[in-house]
Write a protein that binds this ligand. Sequence first.
Ligand code: ADP
Ligand code: MG
Length: 335
Amino acid sequence: MAAIVASSDDAIISKSLEGVVKSWNIGAERLFGYEADEIVGQSIMTLVPPDRHDEERDILERVRRGEHIQHYETLRQRKDGSEMWVSLTISPLRNAVGVVIGASTIARDMTERRRADQHRITLMGELNHRVKNTMAVIQSIAAQTLGHASTLEEAREAFGSRLINLSKAHDLLTRESWQSADLREIVADTVRPHAGGENRFQIEGPSIRLSPSAALAVAMALHELSTNAAKYGALTSEKGRVLIAWKIQGEGAGRQLFLSWRESGGPPVARPTRKGFGSLLIERALASELRGEVRVGYEITGLECTMVAPIPAGEDFLGGRSGQSGGAADSDRRG
Ligand SMILES: Nc1ncnc2c1ncn2[C@@H]1O[C@H](COP(=O)(O)OP(=O)(O)O)[C@@H](O)[C@H]1O
Ligand SMILES: [Mg+2]
């Protein structure tokens, strides 16, 4: 029995009814940081944070009455002063005639499990707000798509392709644990379904990270630009091309991302008389999400869309770094 106690990974401690430590195994040394000869003979309160002394007094009282305490989770203090969550099991120790003379305590470190629990709660909160955000986005896509389509067939097609685009952007973000996504990959993923096997898209620009909300906004805007190009613009003609180019301009706090979408080789373009969901998403949602400016030019040679967005000082991230914390207070909460 002594060998089992000595080699146990759990801290196994015995104490008198006055709370004096009587024995201390290797597990206890590892958990609390005290060697046996430093703590045996000392008060058990050495291990109890000051604000929990009443709790320990209560435990000793219950043991004195012969009670057995199972898996009691509480905070204890290591030799270095740091606190940790432990699970305690406390049993009365009796002498030969059955009188309670002390208590044995088995303490198990719960820090990891507590951390995992906390992590799970954070993730659930995170998931909840992402799902709600997505629902809101889908709701607005549905309302706009149904409101603008002239036939049910057209609505079905537009709605479906918008959702597929959104889900691809989610895949990309999930691969990056919802930290950020690379603009290059967002562009490539979004235009791929419209590329039609040929090299209709020319994509030029450095790697730049976007926050999750910025990534979704850019993906949705590029999707609208692509479908518009295929419906009305350069991609309606065989020789039509689209150049998508971006660069970072300026220094320090004044750094900006400059992105341009330029169509050529399509039919002559005129300023439209009506604007739909595409224009709304491109000109308003994108601009507000990136806190930047978006301009759409209906040049006769092809549609041109330019976007300028600030890159906040000290950040290598577009759309704010607050999403990084992994906490619930992140910028993606916005619409
Ligand atoms: N790439 C383009 N080339 C020429 N005209 C375009 C292009 N993109 C959009 N337009 C014009 O702008 C209008 C508004 O586009 P949009 O807001 O996406 O609504 P929708 O696609 O539902 O018509 C289109 O109806 C079209 O006349
Ligand atoms: Mg459109």
